[in-house]
Design a protein around this ligand. Structure first.
Ligand code: IPD
Ligand code: CA
Ligand code: CA
Length: 260
C-alpha cells in the first residue's frame, strides 16, 4: 500500500506540472533573490497531499511549500512538489516531483518523477533502484580527474573558502566537466543511473534529497555529508557518488586534495 500510494502521489503531482507547463501561471518570489514559487508548486503539493491524506491520514508530512503537518506517527512523507522550479518557470523540462518516505527516521522509499522526459526513478530500502521499472546502477569511474560531475548553487550564496564557487573553480580549472541541471533530485537520480559519477552541493533542504539519496544508495552508490560521514537529509551538505570516487571527491570539496 505504501508503495502504491507513493507512486500515485508522484504521478498526481507530475500531472499537475504537465497541466501548467509552458502555460500561463502566477510566479512569486520567496525569501532571497530569484527564489521562485509558482501556482503549479502549490497545486502539485495539493494533489500529492490529497492522495497521501486519503490513504494515510495519520502520517507525518514535511513539504517544501506547506511546511510540516505534525502527526504522532512513525511514518514521515518528505515532499518537493516541484524540484527545479526555476527550470519549470522558464519552460525547461528539467524538473520533477520528489517524494521520500521515512519510517522511524530511516528512508525506506523514494520516488522522483520527471513527466517531461518520462523518467520515473524509484527505490525501496534493500531492494535496489529502478528507472521506469528497470534496475539501474552507478558508474564505474574510479578517479575524479576523469569523472563527469554535477552540482548546484544555493540561492543565497556566501563567498567562503571551500564554498560553492571555490570548489567549482578548482574542478573546472583542471578540466573536470561539472554540469548544473538545476534540480538536485534529478542530479541524484542521474548519479544513480550512471550518467554522472558524482554530485555535491553546499546547501540542500530535506525535500531536495530525501528520495534521491536513497535512490543513489540503492543503485550501489555512496552518499555522505562533507566529512564523508553518514548522510542525513536534515543537514545542508551532500556528496553523492558511485562510491569509487567518493573519498577523493570529499578531499576536493574540503580543499585538501593536492591535485586540485
Ligand atoms: C532547488 C533545486 C536546485 C538546488 C537548490 C534547490 P527548488 O530546489 O534542487 O538544483 O540547487 O538548492 O533549492 O527550489 O527548485 O525546489
Ligand atoms: Ca527542491
Ligand atoms: Ca521545490
Amino acid at each position: 500500500m505504501l508503495k502504491s500510494t507513493l507512486i500515485r502521489a508522484a504521478e498526481a503531482g507530475a500531472a499537475v506540472m504537465q497541466k501548467y507547463f509552458q502555460g500561463e501561471f502566477k510566479i512569486s518570489n520567496k525569501e532571497g533573490v530569484n527564489n521562485l514559487v509558482t501556482e503549479a508548486d502549490h497545486a502539485s503539493e495539493k494533489a500529492i497531499f490529497e492522495i497521501i491524506k486519503n490513504d494515510f491520514p495519520d502520517h507525518f508530512i514535511l513539504s517544501e511549500e506547506a511546511g510540516e503537518i505534525v502527526m504522532d506517527s512513525s511514518y514521515k512523507w518528505i515532499i518537493d512538489p516541484i524540484d527545479g522550479t526555476v527550470n519549470f518557470a522558464h519552460g525547461i523540462p528539467l524538473c520533477c516531483v520528489s517524494i521520500g518516505v521515512e519510517q522511524d527516521g530511516e528512508m525506506i522509499l523514494g520516488a522522483v518523477y520527471n513527466p517531461f522526459i518520462k523518467e520515473f526513478f524509484f527505490a525501496q530500502k534493500g531492494y535496489g533502484a529502478t528507472l521506469n521499472d528497470k534496475k539501474i546502477a552507478v558508474s564505474k569511474e574510479a578517479s575524479v580527474g576523469s569523472a563527469c560531475l554535477v552540482t548546484g548553487f544555493p540561492y543565497s550564496y556566501l563567498d567562503q573558502p571551500n564554498g560553492p564557487l571555490n570548489v567549482f573553480d578548482r574542478l573546472i580549472r583542471k578540466g573536470v566537466p561539472v554540469r548544473r541541471l538545476g534540480s538536485a533530485a534529478m542530479d541524484l537520480c542521474w548519479v544513480a543511473a550512471g550518467r554522472f559519477d558524482g554530485f555535491y552541493e553546499h546547501k540542500l533542504s530535506a525535500w531536495d534529497s530525501a528520495a534521491g539519496f536513497l535512490i543513489v544508495e540503492e543503485a550501489g552508490g555512496r552518499v555522505s555529508d562533507f566529512t564523508g560521514g553518514r548522510y542525513s537529509p536534515y543537514q545542508p551538505h551532500i556528496i553523492a557518488t558511485n562510491g569509487k570516487i567518493h573519498d577523493e571527491l570529499v578531499e576536493v570539496v574540503n580543499g585538501r586534495h593536492p591535485g586540485f
